[in-house]
Structure formats: structure tokens, C-alpha cells
Ligand binder design. Structure first.
Ligand code: AMP
Length: 403
């Protein structure tokens, strides 16, 4: 079975084709600057040169048509026609409370997604456009949706309710949702498998440390808590996002800076995190580390604050689960930066019996046990694979449909 995975952003579209018999990626690509000058598609096939198409793309419909051109191209393509695609799996950012698992996309599902737009105004419209563009370009093919928020639906009210009047939950669905769900789901289940833990009882903490960052706690693969909230702004300090902030800061800065709430949210989303803390050095941790190594004090504090926040959440989640069997690091920073992993574990997690093996930790992007044999908690580097999770869920839905 071949599955095309689509991840639509407001002006971008990422895609991959999986051969699900082997789970091999046949090709992947990225379309950038959709609807603006300089639109470009970069198509990658393992072992071949990149195929780049630079042409105006006024909307996602045109972008999807170009993706089809690239994947069926006689020289650079990997299939003869879209007849070879069995199904399309879409990443959808916000499914509200309606979707606790991946689903076949129907008219009713699309209407529900439109209703969730208020909750993710930047992301859901792009996801819906991507789905419609695929339906138009490949009529009759099943489209499935995997939601960033689905994993968080495992949380109990004590974890997802904010301490505000409950009528806001009843009326407007204001609650903690948790994002990066496909990643947390994939990595936590992989951890149970690879560490040989009890599939019903394993207590796992996943640290998804990328440009966006979040952390989850799960028992037996079911989410107990997740650091992102109603929106992906809450929780850890990120590349440009603040994470947790006293809401009073917003009112105070609104007055001081003569900004409205949207202006302040712009600051918290785009100018904060390690970028803001480092005094504008960069949102990329490599640059911030470089600056810190060269004596930049603000950059040093930014990194210390970042690691401290991750460690605080790990401590909170170990308490929430009354223990932890396994801690996993994933995503750009989690998979590539041995210093971040080591500092978090060595500086703050000794009381849990966590012991990192420096030799094992000297690794990038590869599934590895990085804790010592006598560590009380197993610590892993586990590369995330959100696209594979989407493809696997898509296959499951199609197989159930065909039963
Ligand atoms: P992601 O959002 O998962 O793609 O992660 C991107 C982030 O990972 C980048 O902004 C970098 O800060 C970080 N990153 C990637 N590679 C490295 C590396 N070798 N060392 C430190 N940080 C890295």
C-alpha cells in the first residue's frame, strides 16, 4: 500500500510517499512560498539529485498539482500515476474535543474542522485547504486526518481543566489540549516497545525539543498530561515562544508598550523564547550555544532557563504519575544536542536515579539508550516520525474500511 502524507502550513506544504509494505520513504518534498513571490517545490528521492520546480503557485490547489507532477515525473518521479496512491494522510493541527484518534475525512469531519478554526486560526484553515486541494486533484481517493490534539484527549479533567470558571470550558471548550500529538504518541509507544516496558502500565515522559517544544507524560501510551495548552504557546521555553508566563505580564506590558492583546501575543509567539532571552541572538539553539561559548551572558542564561524549564516539567510529570520508567528525548534539539540532554539529566534528575552514560549519549538522530545500566530510569534518544505515524494511522483506517 502506498500512502501520500501531506502537512500543509499557511504558505507551505510538506509531503512524503511511504511504501507501507516496507515503511520506506519513496520520496519527500517541500513546497514553499505558496501564494507569494518566489514559490518553489523541492522534491527529494533517496539516491537522486533534488528536483526543483520554481514557478508561481497562487494557492495550495496549484501546489498539490505540482506535487503530483513531481511524484509522477518520468525522470524524478516514484510512481507512474496517482492511481498507485492508495490513500492520503493529512496532518491536522486542531481537532477540538471531537477527535481522539485519526479519522477518514468526510463532509461532516470537514465541517467540524471549520468549527475548530477559532482554536487554531493560523493552522486549521491551511489544513482544510490542503484536504480540499487533494480531493480536487485526486478525486475518489480516501483522505484521512491525524490530529495534533488527539493524543491529549487521553487527559483527565484534573489535568486538562484550567483553574478558571468552568462555564468557559462548557461554552467555549477552553481547556488544555496538548500538541505535537503524533510525535508524543509515536515516541511513547516506541519507548514501550524498545525498552520492553509493560504496555499497560509503563510511565513515560517524552521531551519533544524542537523549534516548538512540548513535553508529555503517559501511562501505558495514554496521555496523562501535556505541556501545551489551549494553544501551542504554553509550557516549555521554545525557539521564539515564551512558554509559561504569568498572564499579569500581558496586561502590564499592554500598558507599558501601548499594545493590544494581539500585539502582546505576537511578542510571546515570535520574539520570545531563546531568541528573546538571548537578546536577539537566534531562535536556533546552535547559534545560542555558540554565543554562550563565546562569553555571551544572555545566551548562557537563555540556555540555562530552557533546560531548567524542561527539568521542572519532568519533575512535575514524575510526580503526576507517581514515578517514571522512561524519559525520551526527541525532535531537532532532543535528537542532536548531547549537551542539552546531559545537562538536563545530570544537573536536575539525579534524585530520580537518572544516570547518563556519556559514551552512549555521544550520538545524533539514532535510536539509542543513553542512560547507564544502573540508571533507575531508562533514558532514550528516540527520533520522532510524525509522518510515519500519520501513514500508519491512514493504513489502519483504510484496512478497517475494507473489512
Ligand atoms: P525541529 O523543529 O524539530 O526541526 O528542530 C529544529 C531545532 O533543532 C533548530 O532550531 C535547532 O535549534 C535544533 N537543532 C538541530 N540540530 C541541532 C544540533 N546539531 N545541535 C543543537 N541544536 C540543533
Amino acid at each position: 500500500m502506498k500512502v501520500l502524507v501531506i502537512n500543509c502550513g499557511s504558505s507551505s506544504l510538506k509531503y512524503q510517499i511511504f511504501d507501507m509494505d516496507t515503511q520506506d520513504v519513496l520520496c519527500k518534498g517541500l513546497v514553499e512560498r505558496i501564494g507569494i513571490d518566489g514559490s518553489v517545490l523541492t522534491h527529494k528521492v533517496p539516491g537522486k539529485d533534488d528536483y526543483v520546480i520554481e514557478t508561481p503557485m497562487k494557492d495550495h490547489q496549484v501546489a498539490v498539482e505540482l506535487v503530483i507532477k513531481a511524484i509522477t515525473d518520468p525522470v524524478h518521479g516514484v510512481i507512474k500515476s496517482t492511481d498507485e496512491i492508495d490513500a492520503i494522510g493529512h496532518r491536522v493541527v486542531h481537532g477540538g474535543q471531537k477527535f481522539a484518534k485519526s479519522v477518514l475525512i468526510t463532509e461532516e469531519v470537514k465541517e467540524a474542522l471549520v468549527r475548530c478554526t477559532d482554536l487554531a486560526p493560523l493552522h486549521n484553515p491551511a489544513n482544510i485547504i490542503g484536504i480540499k486541494a487533494c480531493e480536487a486533484a485526486m478525486p475518489g481517493k480516501p483522505n484521512c486526518g491525524t490530529f495534533d490534539t488527539a493524543f491529549g484527549m487521553g487527559m483527565e479533567p484534573k489535568a486538562y481543566m484550567y483553574g478558571i470558571p468552568e462555564e468557559y470550558y462548557e461554552q467555549y471548550e477552553v481547556r488544555r489540549y496538548g500538541f505535537h500529538g503524533a510525535s508524543h504518541d509515536f515516541v511513547s509507544h516506541r519507548a514501550i516497545e524498545i525498552a520492553g516496558l509493560d504496555p499497560e502500565k509503563a510511565k513515560v515522559i517524552v521531551c519533544h525539543l524542537g523549534n516548538g517544544a512540548s513535553i508529555s507524560a503517559s501511562i501505558g501510551g495514554k496521555c496523562v498530561d501535556s505541556s501545551m495548552g489551549l494553544t501551542p504557546l504554553e509550557g516549555l521555553i521554545m525557539g521564539t515562544r515564551s512558554g509559561d508566563v504569568d498572564p499579569g505580564v500581558m496586561q502590564y506590558l499592554c500598558h507599558k508598550l501601548d499594545l493590544d492583546i494581539d500585539g502582546i501575543l505576537g511578542v510571546l509567539n515570535k520574539k520570545s523564547g531563546v531568541l528573546g532571552l538571548s537578546g536577539g541572538v537566534s531562535s536556533d539553539f546552535r547559534d545560542v550555544q555558540n554565543a554562550a561559548d563565546n562569553g555571551n551572558k544572555k545566551a548562557e542564561i537563555a540556555l540555562e532557563a530552557y533546560r531548567y524549564r524542561v527539568a521542572k516539567y519532568i519533575g512535575a510529570y514524575a510526580a503526576a504519575m507517581n514515578g517514571v520508567d522512561c524519559i525520551c528525548f526527541t525532535a531537532g534539539l532532543g535528537e542532536n544536542d548531547k549537551l542539552t540532554r546531559k545537562e538536563i539529566c545530570d544537573q536536575y534528575l539525579g534524585y530520580l536515579g537518572v544516570k547518563i552514560d556519556d559514551k552512549r549519549n555521544d550520538v545524533r538522530g539514532k535510536e539509542t539508550l543513553i542512560s547507564a545500566d544502573d540508571s533507575k530510569v531508562k533514558v532514550y534518544l528516540l527520533p520522532t516520525n510524525e509522518e510515519l505515524k500519520i501513514a500508519l494511522d491512514t493504513v489502519k483506517i483504510i484496512e478497517e474500511m475494507n473489512k
